[in-house]
Write a protein that binds this ligand. Sequence first.
Ligand code: PLP
Length: 460
Amino acid sequence: MPSNMTDTNATDLAYHLHSQTNPQALSREGAYVVVKGDGPHVIDESGKRYIDAMAGLWCASLGFNNARLGRAAAAQYEQLGYYHSFYGRTNPQAAALSKKLVEVTGMKDGKTFFVTSGSEANETMVKLAWLYHAGRGKPTKRKIIARDRSFHGSTIVASSMCGLEMMHREFGLPLSGFLHTLHPNSYRVRQKGESEADFVTRLAAELENMIVREGPDSIAAFIAEPVMAAGGILPPPQGYFPAIQKVLAKYDILCLDDEVVCGFGRTGNWFGRETVGMVPDMMSLAKGITSSYFPLAAVVVSPKIVEAVERYNEAGTSFGHGFTNAAHPVGAAVAAETVAIYEEEDIVGRVRKMGPLLRERLKQATDGSPIVGDLRGVGLMYGVELVEDPSTGAPFAPARLIGAQLAARAYEHGLVVRAMRDTIGFCPPLIIDEKDIEEIGGKLEKALRDTEKAVREKSI
Ligand SMILES: Cc1ncc(COP(=O)(O)O)c(C=O)c1O
């Protein structure tokens, strides 16, 4: 064990199998041990302070030590620490939250189904899509179309919907029947000289060709994030979702909206679908729903899905799906308090004000850099793509891991960012202010200059 490792590191290394972590690098370097939160900052075991410009995993929208959320959880634990939603049970907190979520999502006359993670939410949308079509006498409509580079979670169906090799490689996935169409990447997929409108037409045509090739009677649903997050922070081109939805409507295919990252203000509207003009049949919600202070998530479904569940079970059977800890009273209390804070503090207005400031500061930090090819994003969600040659967009060789190299240097300067290949993600807590933005920009500049130097000197 390296000499600088603490007791926590030693125990962690011996017993903790980590997600999305290289085992060899972990045993060389040990885990970063976070012990405390302070607004958008986190503090490690040695007392070093970092500004977390990724809000953890795009989730801690209210920062890392919000006292109101702590109090809401404590009060509910004293009242009712657990109950479930099977066999017609409920609790006042879950009932009230189900109504609130239908209201804030704008899913008129819809209903909320509770789960405990974004993966379960997406998995649930697939099951409901199958049930919906089967109930209408179309049981062959089973296949799901996602986009390449997409991320939808880690359970088996959710992983199958991911368009990322890293989610499939070790597990023999995707399952058959999970397809991936072109992703709307204006920097990499849009062709030279192609107008935005022509790009959208091509993306919609690609989707339609896939549907026709596979057979429209075999396709149940299309799933998409309004703005792709882990795929590299990719806002779609203007008119993308209306064009895609025209194709879906033509072939009787449901539209599933993964709002796990984009929901609850992240893009400058309550939900990403408003930002991009998507009109979904179901929406998956997680992360920001409780600012990740409790593992509660949900699917909000349109009335036709509710009717399908009712019709399928009209002879007295029960809807055969659910999770022990769904509709948890403490999770529901924390979610209700989170949403109340978003409303009271006008979090959407705040994102609209701080988003352009963050963008401007990132632009200032990256303009003229010999290794930055693109800055993109919306709301409080930005990506900086590092390239070998900004004039042509030629990427670095993947094995050089330039994005990870920059993220490591940022960490040394007290800035947490995420490298998605060579795109550096910025998705900070929604409570950040001008001072925090300056801190992010200043620390990014230092990390970028260090990385440029290492590239120049060919040491990475
Ligand atoms: C867009 C998107 N969907 C789904 C998920 C899965 O959520 P969870 O990790 O809560 O299962 C994630 C997680 O990052 C995500 O980014």
